[in-house]
Design a protein around this ligand. Structure first.
Ligand code: DON
Length: 304
């Protein structure tokens, strides 16, 4: 076996018995996840995939979609307008907090729910169907294959998504949401329900690490300057109220999601993804945080 796969297998072996954390259950369909699912995938700049554990298990992308849709919005509206509508400051609050600027309703950053919902509304389209199609096309181009929606997760999100609808309405009432609040929340629920595997997420992370060019398909998905902005926001805000400790310990731009997915990008080196459903108190997947900590120390991945 090659040395990269050896290392991934070793990290996997050391962490698979870890029993900390809890599978998310505030979206009922997420509670059906197997807490023992644990896969690590890494994609190099040459487009080679390395894997350990269960890397082909499908799961919903959830918040890991946020940086990719942010990159899409940067292309649609331009960086200045996007910044005018959504700030880039860590909120220090949980992912579902009402982190809106008093008066303007401008969300703190695009990685928390409020900012992500505002970002979804920024994707240029004639209506919600076209908006979601463009989001799905973008996520698919990052992954290098045609992705689809887990309709059961979508139905479950839509049935229990009042807090996200409330965020959309708050922003709409403050004039900071550029589209209809119900339609935008619905598009956001669909976006979170897009089905991926750890390998898909690793290709997506590798595309960010590669300046926006998918290293497997060779397609330039988004322009490099937009990737630089996206990775910067991931570095400071991608791990929610765990972002400071993450940057200290791992030192890579990253994004987590409540279904247990996590991506990290080592610029010009590789993209890595971990899938493991049990989450810590900040909503970050426990084994993934531990795995990246181990890998960062062992291979000197810290960008500082
Ligand atoms: O909006 C929600 O609550 C979910 N659809 C996604 C949140 C999420 O993944 C936060 N991650 N830790």
């Amino acid at each position: 076996m090659d040395p990269v796969t050896d290392s991934l297998n070793e990290v996997h072996r050391r962490l698979r018995g870890l029993r900390d954390g809890k599978v998310a259950d505030y979206i009922p369909q997420l509670a059906t996840a197997d807490p023992d699912d644990f896969g690590i995938a890494l994609v190099s700049m040459a487009g080679h995939t390395y894997r350990a554990g269960r890397t082909d298990r499908p799961f919903s992308i959830q918040s890991v979609s946020k940086p990719f849709v942010y990159a899409l919005a940067l292309g649609d509206l331009g960086p200045e307008e996007v910044l005018r509508r959504v700030d880039v400051e860590p909120s220090g609050n949980p992912f579902n907090a009402i982190s809106l600027e008093p008066g303007t309703g401008r969300p703190a950053n695009p990685m928390i729910n409020a900012g992500a919902i505002a970002t979804t509304a920024m994707v240029r389209a004639d209506g919600p169907a076209e908006r979601f199609r463009r989001i799905l096309d973008c996520l698919s181009a990052f992954a290098g294959r045609v992705l689809d929606v887990d309709e059961e997760v979508y139905a479950s999100e839509a049935a229990t998504g009042d807090r996200n609808r409330a965020l959309a309405y708050l922003m709409h009432s403050a004039g900071s949401l550029g589209a209809d609040p119900e339609e935008t929340a619905d598009t956001y629920f669909r976006q979170c329900s897009v089905r991926v595997t750890a390998v898909d997420l690793a290709v997506m992370a590798a595309t960010l690490a590669n300046g926006g060019r998918n290293p497997v398909t060779g397609v330039q998905v988004v322009p490099e300057p937009h990737v630089v902005r996206t990775l910067s926001v991931m570095a400071t805000c991608g791990m929610y109220d765990g972002a400071g400790a993450w940057l200290l310990n791992v030192g890579l731009p990253a994004k987590s999601g409540v279904s247990g997915g996590l991506i990290a990008a080592s610029p010009a080196r590789f993209g890595v993804a971990v899938h493991s459903p049990p989450l810590d108190g900040a909503g970050n997947p426990v084994r993934a945080v531990a795995a990246l900590g181990m890998m960062s120390e062992r291979f000197g991945l810290h960008i500082m």
